[in-house]
Design a binder for this molecule. Structure first.
Ligand code: TYM
Length: 331
């Protein structure tokens, strides 16, 4: 008899800042598309969110907001595990163990996201921000994860998780599965609307740089109309020469479900203004539908989903942690 065991995916979003369409298109949309094919575990990674300055009262609300966004985005809470990272203690325990026995300062010194976030020569940032990729490795490795669907800014972190797993398996016992990042071809790096050379980010100073998933549709339309475009009037996908319009074409294609080639044809000899007006409608329609679902889910229901999720996640994580503790001589 052949047993049909599904492969597992694990991913997460930090409950910080305002989630935007980049987070949705690069990560959450992928999860939705994969959730039936894979055994899926999605976390609200709150321990990651406290590695930069934050307000405890805002954090509490954000944790619920992120879980609500998962559901509104199409994650089926009855079939997948959704949980809050800090509810499962094994994450910080494994992080500490990996810090001690597998991660090297030289690994962490290579992390570009740390350099971006901390700024050059800045010694006043928390140690947690520096160690963040090891916690992320622990998140992934605890669940025997096969695939990690993320946007391309997380690729280096997933590579580190792979390296740490291999090193641990070599030095102690073959316990960890070696995970693979899954980056979608289109939408893995949605760029800022005001500056298409920089990725759309939750923490960018200007709110005009991103379309928040909870932005009022009217405001989102204005942001699209104000988005930076490029020299030359042609509506053509060419990220190097035309980063602005290429980014808008990507967003249009993914939210409107139309191939970029077809869009290029549709807008041959048309002006940027007309293209943007149509895109603004597409974005507004997407946000309207998304927010209708978001507003239907109440906070109490979310708390129950997270509690139930942690109960399911914990035994999986504990089993891995116990094996690790045995292998390194703690048990
Ligand atoms: P976070 O919270 O910064 O982002 C969540 C997800 O959104 C993707 N993303 C984007 N995708 C496309 N275009 C963009 N402009 C864009 N901006 C962000 C991110 O790549 C990510 O997939 N370290 C992670 C959270 C994490 C995690 C994990 C992920 C912690 N533990 C374990 C996977 C597995 C982070 O900060 O994502």
């Amino acid at each position: 008899m052949t047993q049909n065991i599904k492969k597992r995916i694990f991913s997460g979003v930090q409950p910080s800042g305002n989630l935007h369409i980049g987070n949705f298109l690069g990560a959450i949309k992928q999860w939705v598309d994969l959730q039936d094919e894979y055994d899926s575990v999605f976390s609200v990674v709150d321990y990651h969110a406290i590695t930069v300055k934050y307000d405890p009262n805002v954090l509490k609300k954000k944790i619920i907001e992120i879980a609500k966004i998962y559901i509104a985005g199409g994650i089926n809470s009855e079939r997948v595990i959704i949980f809050q990272q800090s509810d499962v203690r094994a994450h910080t325990e494994l992080c500490w163990i990996l810090n001690a026995v597998s991660a090297r300062i030289s690994d962490l010194n290579k992390m570009t996201q740390f350099k971006d976030k901390a700024g050059l020569g800045n010694v006043n940032v928390g140690v947690g921000l520096y160690d963040y990729p090891v916690l992320m490795a622990a998140d992934i490795l605890l669940y025997n994860t096969d695939i990690v669907p993320v946007g391309d800014d997380q690729l280096q972190h997933v590579e580190l998780a792979r390296d740490l797993a291999k090193r641990f398996n070599h030095d102690y016992e073959k316990i960890f599965k070696i995970p693979e990042a899954k980056i979608i071809k289109q939408g893995a790096r949605i760029m800022g609307l005001d500056n298409p050379e920089k990725k759309m980010s939750k923490s960018a100073k200007s709110d005009l740089s991103r379309i928040g998933l909870l932005d009022k549709p009217r405001l989102a339309m204005k942001k699209i109309m104000k988005a930076t475009t490029d020299i030359g009037a042609e509506i053509k996908f060419c990220p190097k020469e035309k980063p602005g319009i290429s980014n808008l074409l990507t967003i249009y294609s993914l939210l409107g479900n139309i191939e970029i080639k077809k869009l290029e044809k549709k807008y041959t000899n048309k002006m940027y203004g007309e293209f943007k007006k149509d895109l603004a409608e597409i974005v507004a329609e997407f946000l309207n539908n998304f927010q209708k679902k978001y507003n239907k889910t109440d906070d109490k229901q979310i708390t129950e989903i997270l509690t139930a999720g942690a109960k399911k996640a914990e035994p999986i994580a504990e089993e891995t942690l116990l094996k690790v503790k045995r292998a390194i001589g703690l048990k």
